[in-house]
Design a protein around this ligand. Sequence first.
Ligand SMILES: Cc1cc2nc3c(=O)[nH]c(=O)nc-3n(C[C@H](O)[C@H](O)[C@H](O)COP(=O)(O)O)c2cc1C
Length: 326
Amino acid sequence: MLRTRLTERLKLEHPVISAPMGFASGGKLAAAVSAAGGLGLIGGGYGNEEWLREQFTAAGNQRFGCGFITWSLQKQPHLLDLALDHAPGAMFLSFGDPAPFAERVKRAGVPLICQVQTVKDARRAIDVGAEIIVAQGSEAGGHGEKRATFALVPEIADLIAAQAPDTLLCAAGGVADGRGLASALVLGADGVVIGTRFWASAEALVHPNLHQAAVSAGGDDTLRGRTIDIVRGLDFWPARYNLRTMRSETTDRWHGKDEKLKAVAEYEVKRYADAAASGDTRIVSPIVGEAIGLIHDIRPAGKILEDIVREAETILKRKAPGWVAG
Ligand SMILES: Cc1cc2nc3c(=O)[nH]c(=O)nc-3n(C[C@H](O)[C@H](O)[C@H](O)COP(=O)(O)O)c2cc1C
């Protein structure tokens, strides 16, 4: 058993939270992760009320948390109340200033998790009273920024130790196995938030063709850019964030040519939507992180979690003492 401040605070068996991946992590995945001893999050994403209600139902009686894209939640703030009405195990806000929502989450007695990409935003999360800060490195799948996990996590751990020692810290970005979990704990995190590895699970809401293409890819096959947001008709993300995906014909053709792509966006958006519906992996870029290179199969989420924790325990218990000479 790995016991950390995160397992104690959230009453978990394992210090692992599954990421709120918009439209990919529904109620079934969240419930599977929670049933296996972690905390599973439903990915509220841009906020589709009907989809959210379906996923709350799909989670059944199992505990789950919920996540929103903060700048998008500002357009539909009532969705926060809808989620809070389901007594989530945590509320996860990422990409934007959490201040307008923090008080409501805390008043509901729900732990507030703020995912940040910079130390400056970690300070902001402390100021608004986040119970858990997630330091997200650029290796991560999905939206993010420039800082890499390996230096961002200890820098924020130092900030927390100095200014808000009761605040917990999780690492996100590049964690897909026990090595990642063990390293995150050594870097000063109390746990991890894992996206890509759970995206590649049996319970994730992902087209099977995309799963198949992703498990044979490596970390070198991913890149950060704006192309995929433009062709998904989501070209309104704040400029500081971009998206890590796998490469595809679409990124090969348009990466770095945003203005030219926008000029033909109407055609490309339709083409991409059709390809996504049929699972055409030549055109569609699965949204995954660099950790895809560590993932070679699609397994049930509970089994994935079990293996990650067992491997981390082995590393921390058996290997670490052997590394210290004398
Ligand atoms: C398919 C996918 C969708 C994601 N969607 C969201 C999202 O809607 N909201 C969010 O806060 N983070 C989202 N993320 C990022 C995760 O919160 C997390 O930072 C990331 O998955 C961690 O890195 P990893 O993918 O290497 O595990 C997404 C990640 C993936 C892979």
